[in-house]
Design a protein around this ligand. Sequence first.
Ligand SMILES: C[S@@+](CC[C@H](N)C(=O)[O-])C[C@H]1O[C@@H](n2cnc3c(N)ncnc32)[C@H](O)[C@@H]1O
Length: 243
Amino acid sequence: MVSRFFGRAMFSQSAAYYDAIYHWKNYEREAEALRGLIRQHSRRPVRTLLDVACGTGQHLAFLREHFAVMGLDLDPGLLAVARQRCPEIEFVEADMVDFDLGQHFDAVTCLFSAIGYVKTVPRLRQAVHAMARHLQPGGVLIIEPWFGPDSWHVGTVHAVFVDQPGLKIARMSISGREDRLSCNDFHYLVATVDGVRHFTERHELGLFTQEEYTQAFSASGLDVMFDFDGLTGRGLYIGTRPL
Ligand SMILES: C[S@@+](CC[C@H](N)C(=O)[O-])C[C@H]1O[C@@H](n2cnc3c(N)ncnc32)[C@H](O)[C@@H]1O
């Protein structure tokens, strides 16, 4: 039984449209930048990589050319898209807060603010701990954070539009907040040859401070630094497991 607060599959209705909605992201360029950072910060040769909360596997589609990779995500709909994109990669359905794959990696990543979905500071610490214990000594953990409590603005109107042959989408939301959670009720209007459908999804993410992120890394025994620019302007926490 999963509570509403920690409900599963936030993308339960929109998984098939994820890639279309985020068409503006340059995953190839991000993967290239990530590779440079991994090279710079790891203290061992990097051959294996785990992408936690990998979504539809778009970073892995590029990273697989350089590393032996594996993906993990909670959402079966997104994993189905990832498996179709990269049939040779192993994808595991699991919760980043508490997973045990029984193996270690030279690099572990968690990108595009997926970490925010853990919602609370105790769960942030658990998730960072789970990722850190999958690292080889000298390995590197890279997490792209969500907004902090001071940088999230309530009442901002957002819209994303998709205009492809045979697929039109409008996704709209107004940013909200409940205490230390950002709340977005996404309204989707999706038109395909089968008709026009409206549905909503609620996405709640934890608003964690820099200190909460860095403490989670330190508590897991990692040396941590913050790369201000990161991949997309949200910065990156980069932890290294001592040798
Ligand atoms: C914004 S998407 C990012 C996906 C991918 N990293 C990307 O860059 O496109 C957030 C991802 O976090 C996943 N997610 C949310 N909570 C999770 C959890 N507790 N464990 C594993 N994955 C989770 C979602 O299913 C989704 O794939």
